[in-house]
Design a protein around this ligand. Sequence first.
Ligand code: LHQ
Length: 261
Amino acid sequence: MTAQPVILAQTRAGVRTLTLNRPDRLNAANDALLLTLTEELRLADADPAVRVVVITGAGRGFCAGQDLGDVSGRDMTFTEHLRATYNPLIRAIRGLSKPVITAVNGVAAGAGASLALSGDIRLWAGSASLIEVFSNIALVPDSGSTWFLPRLVGYHRAFELMALAGRVGAQDGLRLGLCEHVYPDERFADEVQAYAERLAARPANALKLTKQALNFALTTTLDQALDREAELQQLAGDHWEHEEGVRAFKEKRAPEFVREG
Ligand code: LHQ
C-alpha cells in the first residue's frame, strides 16, 4: 500500500493550492507535514507561474495543531521542535513574496489556529471554527498566535480565548476580524478558487511590496513606516505594472497585469 502524501499540491490559473492531507486526524501536524508544507511554499515562491498560494485542509478539519499521537518531535525539546518546524513554516508564509490565502474549511486548533491566522487573506467555510486549544493541555500558544491574535482582537479578548480555549464559530470569527469572508460549505472550494483568481489578476509586484510595507509597519513607528513607503513606492513606480495601470486608466480599459514569461 502506498502512503498518502501529507500535502497535496495543484496549480490552476496561477493559484497554487496546498492541501493538508491527514483527514482522519483533522490534519493534525506531524514533522513530515510541517516540513513538506514549508518546502512547498519555497517552491511556490520560486515558481513564476504561481501568483497566489492557498493553504487548506482535506476532509472536515483544517488543522488540529500538533499531532498528539506523534512522538517523533519528542527527541527534541519543545523549543527545538518549534524552532525546527512550526517557526520556519509561519515565517515562510509571512515572508512569501506572493499572497497566501488560508482557506479554513473546518476546525483550526492549537498551532492549526495560528496557521489559520497567518494568511494574508483568511477565508472560512460556514462550519469553520478556531480554538486556541493550547491551555487544554497546559501549553502556551505558539506558532504566532500570541502575535496575531491580540493584534486582531486586543489583549483582553485574546487572553480570554487562550485561557478558556473557547471555540469561535464562523460568524463570530467574521465579527472579530479573524477572517475576511465566510462562504457556505457546499460552495467553499469554488468561492476560494474564484477569490484566489481575482487576487492572481492583481499586480503581483505591487502586492509583494504592499505585503512588505504592511509587515514592516506592524512593528514600527509612523516615522519609519513613512520612510519605508517612500522607498517601496519607488520600486513600484519603476515597474512596468505601474506604467500599464496608468495607461489603462487613460485608455479607459481594464489593466492587464498578467504577462507571460
Ligand atoms: C487528533 C488531534 C491531534 C492527534 C484530533 N492529534 N489526533 C507545538 C509543538 C510541540 C508540542 C506541542 O504542541 C505544539 C502546538 C500545538 O498545536 S498544541 C495543541 C495540539 N492540539 C490539540 O490539543 C487539539 C486536540 N484536538 C481537539 O481538541 C479536538 O479534536 C478538536 C477540538 C480539534 C476537534 O474536535 P472534534 O470535532 O470533536 O473531533 P475529534 O476530537 O473526534 O477528532 C477526530 C479525530 O481526530 C479523533 O480520532 P479518532 O480516531 O478518535 O476518530 C482525534 O483523536 C483526532 N485528532 N486532533 N491534535
